[in-house]
Unconditional design. Sequence first.
Lengths: 434, 286, 280
Amino acid sequence: MTRAAEEERKNKIRRRQILNAAAAGAGLAVGSGLVRGFPTIWAQNIKDIKLVQVGGSYSNIVEIANQATKELGFTVEMQAIDPDAQTNRTLTQPKSIDINDLGTFLLYYFVGRNIVQPIPVSKYKYWDKTLPIFAKGEYADGRKVSTQGTSPMKIQYYDSAEGKKFATQPTEWLTGIPTMFNADTLGVRPDLIGRPVESWKELLNPEFKGKAALVNTPSIGVMDVAMALEARGDLKYGDKGNMTKDEIDKTIKIMLDFKKAGHFRAFWTNFDQSVNLMASGEVVIQSMWSPAVTAVRSRGIPCYYVPLKEGYRSWSSILCPMAHLSGMKLDAAIDYMNWHNSGWTGGFVARQGYYSTVPETAKKFLSPEEWDYWYDGKPAAIDIKDPYGNLMEKKGKIRDGGSFAERTGKIACWNTLMDEDRYLTRRWNEFISG
Amino acid sequence: MKAIAWLPSWLQVAPVALILVLFFGLPMLVVVAVSFFDYGQGRLYPTFIFDNYLEIFSSSVTVRLYLSSLKFALIVWAVTLLIGFNIAYFLVFHVRTLLWQIGLFLLCTVPFWTSNIIRMISWIPFLGRNGIFNQTFMGLGVVSQPMEFLLFSDFAVIVAYVHLFTLFMVVPIFNSMARIDRSLIEAAYDAGAGSWGILTEIILPLSKTGIALGSIFVITLVMGDFFVVKVMSGGQSASVASALSNEISAIQYPPAAANAMILVAIVTLMVSGILRLVDVRKELTG
Amino acid sequence: MKHATAGPRPWTFYVFASFFALFVLFLYGPMTVIYILSFQGPTGGLTFPMTGFSLRWFHALVTAERVGDIGGAFNRSIVLAVIVALLTVVLSVAAGLGFRRRFPGSGVVFYLAIASLIMPGLFVGLGIAVGFQLLGLDIDWYTSALGAQLTWTLPYGLLIMFAVLGRFNRAYEEAATDLGATSWQRLREVVLPILLPGIIGVALFGFTLSYDEFPRTVLTAGTRNTLPLEIWAMTTNVTSPALFAVGTVTTIVSFIAIGIALISIAVIQRRRTRGSGEPI
């Protein structure tokens, strides 16, 4: 390095140190994330700000909240609640939430009602690094992403600054910042089944009578069955994520027949139950979430998240600032949301099997071996641990389903809120009581 | 003056009345109003239509749901009554010291200090295919296959209800029985009455209030429950309340509200029926 | 049947005692699973098999590791339950005494209480949440949740007081008045001590009903969860024997509390016996 360059480098460091000292001396709150560029807002009383985020317990984790508080200089609190309570509370007590960590299809309930507010694209730092699945509705190679169900493009943009309606093409008004997503499929007990499972139709295979389970959420459970029925050739759907009354009727009728024949052991209501059902051997094939598979495996019980030839059912999460935020609090909220996708969180949730919508930043917080395993589908070069340090996978194993491209490239449909939601709920109630 | 006579009563009842009106009565007016709204996709359209009620009354699902709930309520009532009566009887008439009575009673309450939800989770390792119960019975050679009906079935639901609600039957009956004047029993015994006679002629009638109250508690608890039935049946049995909770989950408030109103009406009728048989208030005011 | 306070027990005693024992076994059945599995090995889960034996999950309760905010939620639940129990006792006793006369409106209040018992908790919670929002008030566990839980416990308290007071012999009160007691003295020295077992029953109901309450609280607790809410949220993603460790710990604490209660009662009784020469 030339002398001048050396001088310049030393000056930079000195300037930074002076800045830090001055900031500390002036009593300004400076987050420890300063070196990485956070927080980007400076104010005397930023440390008095408290943001409350609410969402599922898979992403509203106390470790993430603590890290955010540490790096940002203001307080971030996270409260884990179940999706029903979350929706109800958003509608009846919107002021009690600052940042809503929503499953994307839930946005239908809130759009245009002055509950959440739009974010201008210019304020989101990582928009250009966001996967095109979310920004444009297509894969990197230009192929279009499946639009069955609530695909991200359907709810990612508002048509104007007032945020009254969804736009069908990219605009500069985001409904929120997409955070993470995954491709869901069926979980199986390979040791109890004893042969490869390759198609959704196995969910309804009489061989597994009394040993199958579904998730007890009407719109998702019915989609899993729809995947199975289409795979069997029993029915053909226009849009599995938005069924017509006729399609719903036909599907429920077949489900009732299966139920009466005793095919389903149970319908699970929460994550915990799904893990216990699988781990105890009560069921051998069921709707399942990725971290549930991880949880069963980390107990030494074989459980496989099968790549099925018809594809995956996908979902994604989005952070939405609530409409009542303004001024400095709103700035802090946007700062936090930018921080959220700056990588630390992406790395954390990757170890549960979730993909970040901005993989580039998450990559910085994963070891090369972890990245290879979780994203690239390569055999694990080291023992893979979950975010809490527990052994999840031994060296040499490949992630179920393979690489990011393999798994997300085969998304067949997205979790959804159907137009015929009202009708579906009624028929689902009938199904349960039948 | 007549007014002054019951003024103290008003003052004594006022706090309870106030809380009930504020936190129950007013919210209920909202629910009644909502039951006449129209709805769709998470939105409410404030109008006045009878559609929600009509849909409920014309649907065969409603009948099935109520039959299912009533079935559970009656079976659970009968079982808890049988068990509760015997437990209370044992504690009142066979346990000699107050200390033992209290001690044994508290012994029964300890499981309730562990949250309901945790106890619900423990049923799988207890009654499941590979759970303790099946393992023990298979080990003893009583059965050769795991008993599958133990879990995720109507049987499991009833077992869980009995497990949770028997104490609600025990407490009121215990209270009633404890107040029975022992000298009555001694006198009857001396007059030559047999044990069975004393039971039916003295103890049962004098425990009426306790039995009525316990029945009211158990029946309302079962009819209003959505959680136990969902978990223990593995989502395969339904009750009115669980259908209701499904509708609330789907942000379909109006039909849920209408369902709730009908449920309250029907269960209130059942409770009035019980109160007609045993006028709890009459004993009070004389 | 003889009800003797001494002497040999009739054969029916053994029948009833075995029945009671079976019942206790039934109650504790799932608990035994909880106790065993709370010592689950570090890699184990909420079902058998046991992958080892460790105290790891108890340790997880005290560190804030992954188990959510169990400590904070527990504190809030206990505090709330105590407040609810106290309020329920005071208000139910007062109301119960008030109901001893037939006053206009007694039917309304009575059936309001019954309806409050029957109405599914989800709706009460929903109604209160909407109401608070319309009034611009904050939802919090010690305001809206407290009110919601009281709508649940007060009917129980009221009905139990009805049963207890129904047998209450007014002669005692009249005797006290004849002897010159004021209303307050009458209440404190005569009525309350006789009602004590019933009052304890109400307090117990109030406490456990509040502690375990879920549907009414889920929408009215605000941003801080009570224990059932926290546990429920946890089961939507975290599945860990730490939940069972909670069960074991609460059982141990309960037994200690009961032990203390029983010993104090025994001591008080002994003192009374020594004083009056007759067993109570």
